[in-house]
Design a protein around this ligand. Structure first.
Ligand code: GLC
Length: 575
């Protein structure tokens, strides 16, 4: 039985809002979460063994990164069979059991669907390569003749996200010159042709398959990438290849909306509480309105908010992202979402510990800069109180609750992200945020696997001091801050509802009020900030002393008449 988190004693006067509108979803990067089999790679049985930890952390759901059979050219985002589990991770029955047991713990489970491309090892792509140009098998992908007298030049100038061009010439036994196929990512990830009815029908069937198995929904990979401009025009000179725009030929094309309308109908038919979250963007300057178009009532439920993740640690910039996020969503009635880290970006403890500016903090391949981890950790503590006080849903990436930082010194010969090879070893890629997480013990694998297990990426020796076992119950630890914040978020009336009201506050600070007088204060300035008198602090990243909120700290508080004001610290909150 699934626990009903919204039900209280007696019948509610109005129906409870759908669970996903304010859910906290924990991202499980399966290869690096917990390894039960002892091969150094996380697996489904490992996730199952840690469900109690996730329940006690206080999240509502988990999203599991791709678990399908895959050559693992791109960490499983190259899917060879959408209806099975890679033997590295377990079998279909393990997935079924995981979902059932998660439900028994009151946790929902979201899968990760990859519709923009398959693996080049997918049966469809093999068939396409073996078939003639113009065949039905090739029409499921984007094959084109090349330019130039012998077709030796790529059909257009589109770049691949991982470096190099987005086209590879396929050897063809059928005619000369051979054709090219499109891959916006690695050559091992050929793009599907979403004009093709068979492709649409197949994915609708895949979505049904997993919802029938018990999944509560999907995170949709590269959700703004499916439809392409049919003429495959060159990107205009000077155009930003990575940000959707009205005339962008491959990101944010209108044809994609119909795909999600069909999926939404499937979700509604299979039970009202299924959810789709799109990985869309980043969207650029007018992007939040563009994003909202995917969130109309008959399309996706949510989309990731990468503008929040990309924002520098700056009060004005964060406030403008928050406002720009909330405003367009009112029209479509969708909840906002917030996220600080994921498996594609530098961990935010590291980002916030850098003297960075603007967008570069977000790039996984950012040039290495000096990092002050203590500062980054302090800001990360404040950032999670900011994020969890905002209305809408929030996404937590595994290990951030431990304060893990980016591992920047992985030996080059172990790097697996295709970005490393595709960029000619210019960019190290995203492996540094994917290192297996520490659970217990003083030496690797830190309880990630049995003693003696060699994790697929090596863990820093210092992770022993941030392992779950060390932080659990330790006053002032990052883990206990997350637990306290998640507990309050679930239970405090001030964090229910979807309203947010900004209050005046000094330069370099943020102050807003939610329901029941609950306020969130974040000090991003360089000096201490005096909170109003008669303030009861409910939770703080660094408890204010003498009413002063220190730089890079945040607090949740309520105002109280002076007579009854009791200041309390994190420790008091926990007792
Ligand atoms: C998404 C995934 C990323 C993957 C890419 C291609 O951005 O999050 O990890 O490399 O899609 O599937």
């Amino acid at each position: 039985m699934r626990a009903d988190r919204h039900g209280g004693a007696g019948a509610p006067a109005t129906p409870a809002p759908a669970w996903w509108r304010r859910a906290v979803v924990y991202q499980v990067y399966i290869r690096s979460f917990a390894d039960a089999s002892g091969d150094g790679i996380g697996d489904i049985a490992g996730i199952q063994s840690r469900l109690a930890y996730l329940r006690d952390l206080g999240v509502d759901a988990l999203w599991v990164n791709p678990w399908y059979p895959s050559p693992m050219v791109d960490g499983g985002y190259d899917v060879a069979d959408y209806r099975a589990i890679d033997p590295l991770f377990g079998a279909l029955d393990d997935a079924r059991r995981l979902i059932e047991e998660a439900h028994a713990h009151g946790l929902r489970v979201l899968g990760d669907i990859v519709p923009n491309h398959t693996s080049s090892e997918h049966a469809w792509f093999r068939e396409a390569l073996a078939s003639a140009p113009g065949s039905a098998a090739r029409d499921r992908y984007v094959f084109r003749d090349g330019r130039g007298p012998r077709g030796e030049e790529a059909p257009n100038n589109w770049p691949s996200v991982f470096g190099g061009r987005a086209w590879t010439r396929a050897a063809s036994p059928h005619r000369h010159p051979a054709q090219w196929y499109l891959h916006l990512f690695d050559p091992g990830q050929p793009d599907l042709n979403w004009e093709n009815a068979e492709v649409r029908a197949e994915f609708e069937s895949i979505v049904r398959f997993w919802l029938d198995l018990g999944l509560d929904g999907f995170r949709i990979d590269v959700a703004h990438g499916l439809a392409k401009d049919a003429a495959l025009p060159d990107l205009a000179a000077g155009a930003d290849p990575w940000t959707p725009a009205d005339d962008h030929p491959f990101w944010g094309q209108d044809g994609t909306h119909d795909v999600y309308r069909a999926w939404r109908r499937i979700a509604e038919a299979s039970g009202s509480d299924r959810v789709f979250i799109g990985e869309i963007g980043p969207m650029g300057p007018d992007g939040q309105a563009r994003l909202a178009r995917y969130l109309r009532p008959d399309e996706l439920h949510q989309a990731f908010n990468f503008d929040f993740l990309r924002s520098p640690w700056d009060a004005l910039k964060l406030r403008s992202v928050i406002d720009a996020t909330l405003a367009p969503l009112v029209e479509v009635g969708a909840p906002a979402t917030w996220v600080l880290s994921n498996h594609d970006v530098v961990r935010h403890v590291t980002r916030y510990g850098r003297a960075y500016s603007g967008l570069e903090i977000w790039e996984p391949w950012v040039e290495r800069q000096a990092t002050e981890l203590a500062l980054g950790t302090r800001r990360a503590r404040a950032a999670i109180l900011l994020m969890l006080a905002l209305p809408g849903a929030a996404y937590v990436y595994q290990g951030e609750e431990l304060g893990l930082w980016e591992v920047e010194d992985l030996p080059e010969e172990l790097l697996q992200d295709p970005t490393w090879e595709r960029s000619g070893h210019e960019y190290r890629g995203r492996d540094g945020c994917r290192v297996p997480i520490p659970w217990s013990g003083t030496a690797p694998p830190f309880g990630f696997g049995k003693t003696g297990t060699v994790p697929w990426l090596p863990q820093p020796a210092e992770w022993g001091r941030v392992a779950v076992e060390i932080q659990a119950g330790a006053a002032g630890s990052m883990l206990e801050l997350y637990r306290a914040a998640l507990r309050l978020r679930r239970g405090h009336p001030g964090l229910a509802g979807e309203e947010l009201r900004w209050l005046p506050s000094p330069a370099g600070t943020l102050l807003f009020e939610r329901a029941a007088g609950l306020r969130c204060a974040v000090n991003l300035s360089e000096g201490p900030w005096e909170l109003p008198p008669a303030t009861t602090v409910i939770l703080a990243s660094d408890p204010p002393a003498d009413g002063l909120l220190a730089p890079d700290a945040a607090a949740w508080y309520v105002r109280q008449p002076a007579s009854s004001a009791v200041r309390h610290t994190l420790r008091e909150e926990r007792s």
